[in-house]
Every structure is written in C-alpha cells, then in structure tokens.
Design a protein around this ligand. Sequence first.
Ligand code: NAP
Length: 481
Amino acid sequence: MGAAIALGRLGLTNLAILEREDDLGGTWHVNRYPGLAVDIASVTYSYSFEPNPHWSRLFAPGAELKRYAEHVADKYDLRRYMRFGTVVTGARWDEDARHWVVSTEGGGQVTGRYLLTATGFLSQPQLPAIDGIDTFAGRVLHTTAWEDGIELAGSRAAIIGTGATAVQLIPEVARKARELTVYQRTPIWVVPKLDMPIPAVVQRLFSRVPTTQRVARAVSDAILEGIMVSAVLHYRQAKILNKGAAAASKLFLRAQVRDGGLRRKLTPDYDFGCKRPTFSNHYYRTFTKKNVKLETTSIARIEPDAVVTTHGRRTEIDTLILATGFNLWDVNFPAIEVIGRGGRDLGKWWRDNRFQAYEGVAVPKFPNFLTLASPYSYSGLSYFTTIESQMAHMTRLFTEMRRTGADVFEVTEDANTRFLDRMTANLDDSVFYGGSCGTARSYYFNQHGEAALLRPTSTANAFAEARSFPLGDYRMESASV
Ligand code: NAP
C-alpha cells in the first residue's frame, strides 16, 4: 500500500495489487491469535504521513492495526487496485516486450511495465516436520490460521515454540486451558512491556494538535533507534548496553519466577539481540501457574492424542498449537519464482551466490523490478520505517526515469556489489557477528550463516541514502534507444 501511495503521488495510477488473501492488512489480517498486539509503540508503528490519533494503547492490539490498514486503503483509494484471492505463482521479464509477465494460479496472466514484490518477511508459515503430526486426531492450529471463536476453555493444549508469537499467546491460552504444556526448544529473552491505555484526553490532544503526536513519535523513534544502533549494530563498541539488557531481562525473570530450576530453563545462553527480543509482563509468570508445564526435552513424535518426548514422557492433549513461526530463507526470498534477464532465477541466484539487494530493493539483471521484502531491507524501527524509506527510493528513481524519458531501469552490478560489501563490513560490529549467537537458532541468519535480513545502518542513514543515492547506480534506457 505504501508503494501504491508513492507511485500514485507520481501520477502512476495504472496499477494492480495482487493479493493471495481475501482481504488487506497482511500480517494484521492473517494473524488473529489471542494476545496479538504490536510490540513497537503505535506512534512509531504507523505511517509518519498518516498518524492515527486514536490508538487505544501505547501498543495497539492486532485488530486495531487491521483497522488502521483499512483506513489507509480507503483514504488513499487503494482498494480499486486490489485483486484478492489472487495467488501469484511466478513472474518473468519479457525482454522483447520490455515488461513483466506475472502468472497467477488457475492460468491467469497480468503484464506490467514495472513489478514490485511486497510479499513480507513473515508470510510463509513454517509447519514442523515432527513424526506423526499428521496422525493427531484433535485440533491443530498454526498461529497464522487461528479460527475465530475457537473455545479453549477446559482444553488440554500443547504449544510448540517460544518465539515472539508464543510469548503473546501462552499467557492467553494458560488463562483458559485446563492444562497447557509448552514445548520449548530455545528460550527467548523477554523484557517488560511498558504498555498502558492512551487516555481519551491524550487522544483528543493528538487529534487537535498533531504536533504533539509527532513529538511522541520522535521520542519513541529516538529510543528505538538508540537501542538498535548501539546495543545491536554497535555491539563491539557498546557491549555493556547489550549485557545490560540481558541483565535486566534476568532480573525480571527472577522477580517473576522463584523456582531456580525453572528460571534456568527459561534463560537463553546466547546474546540479547541475536534473536528478536520480546516484550511481555505475563510470559515468565505464566510458567508458575499450576496448569502450565514447560517441557524442554525434544519432541520424539506426536500420536493421535498425545505428544511424546525423546525421554518417553507422554502428555495427552486435545489441542495442538503450532507457534513455529515462518520460513524465510528457503521459500520466502523470493516468495514467488522471479526470472529476470538471461533467464536469471532470483531465488536460485541468491542461494547459489549470496542474498543481496542494492539498498534492499533492486537486483542486477532484474530490470524494472523492486523487491521490497529483501535481504538488507528491514530498516530498524518498524516495518513502516522500511516502507517509507523504500517509498523515498522509488520516488527518486521514478522521478529520474520521467525526467530522462526512460522506461527501463536496472541497477548496475558495481553499485550492487559496493552496497553488499558495505553492509557486510557494517555487520562486523553487530551482535550477529561480534556476539555469541551460535545457539540462538535465529531466523535473522540464512543458510549461509549470514545475518542478511536487517539493514545494518541507522534508519537515518537508510532515509538519507533513499533520498540521495547516485542516480548513476541505475542504468536507464528508453524504448527509442
Ligand atoms: P519465531 O520467532 O520463528 O519462533 C518460532 C518458534 O517455534 C521458536 O521458538 C522455534 O524454536 C520453534 N520451533 C519451530 N520449529 C520447531 C520444531 N520443529 N520443533 C520445536 N520447536 C520449533 O516465530 P514467531 O514467534 O511467529 O515470530 C516471528 C516474528 O514475528 C517475530 O520475530 C516478530 O518479528 C514477529 N512478531 C511480532 C510481533 C509483534 O508484536 N510485533 C508478535 C509476534 C510475532 P527455535 O528457536 O529452537 O527454532
């Protein structure tokens, strides 16, 4: 939607937005599990040009984010471009026609001068390959396929996974289920969530004096940027901050859990930030409830009515909840087959070489193509920072295309290599390479062992480069040449 807004501002309105789901909102449409909320303050987790003065809490619940997405779609008149239930299977650059041919399930085709993929990072659910899982006779729910109105009261539930999703979900399920067993493979760092309702008087102030909300956003941005740049990206120089965050999490755990054995099980053995840290005031405490059990022995198999560990411990359940996250590096980069110039297959090229994308958006041999959920594209504060810096990049690129009368662009090999080298060098200072991340099993790392997801610069740098990248980094051609 951000891309469509940016293109619309340039007068490019002959657009089609192809969407696999049956409605808009992406993550906030698909995810509906109990406890779902954002964990970046909502003043930051929104478009800077479309502030919402009516957030009900500092960290808005999922349904409010979905409504925000609907509001943006309506206000910017984007629904007219959207084709829901359209599953894209692949896209191929047609060199003669100088356009992209996009194939959809059922044999459909859409052609376009330009192709932008905005398929997200966390959009391909990961189902665990556990022996016997198909034989389970009770309810099985992946957190992205929550059934509205599902009744958990009195159930004997198991949750597999202890990532950011599970941290939100576990306290909610524990409140309802008769018994809950949580299967943890890798513990996660959790820090308190300083959440509260935003009083009506503050909402009115945000609405009547928008500058006040901009100030709130600036403060929230600055805090997040400070943490990200110092404790994560400059780990080598600011190790003490990183260690301080881990110490704070341990203190919090100690305050919530008296049992030393349980605390040990819940304590990560990798550095803070290797994996996405999470925020919850209830997570740790939930494991002290009588009806909740933490199981840290691996799962051997699933039977029709039970989960059995490698130690032979058999727990009878009727509801199996898979909080097992998403597959990024095998099936999401890219989420569809994309074939560029000379038959270059983007996914194969990334896997055979290295994952890379100039400024997190463009790839050599892929003309007129911007890939918005790419290696090195995720920029610091929230997805909105990423999107807005990409909107700025697009604006500069398409403005130059118009000025020169070009209709084809392609990033140069040289510009791409320079960017990749710079990102690789920057990562050396980060917790990912300087810290101890070996046991984190973090999806930040790809199959080559590279932390190629986050852009290892400040967001200020991402914005500055989006607005000023050398135009010569793109080769531009017009049909008449
Ligand atoms: P995740 O962080 O990838 O966590 C998946 C969990 O499932 C991990 O604990 C993983 O264990 C476990 N797992 C996966 N396969 C398993 C298997 N075969 N056997 C046992 N355990 C298995 O996924 P997520 O919790 O859905 O979160 C993904 C991302 O979504 C987050 O990092 C965050 O970016 C986003 N998110 C954001 C919010 C928000 O509030 N903004 C909320 C939820 C999610 P290992 O660690 O051992 O692999």
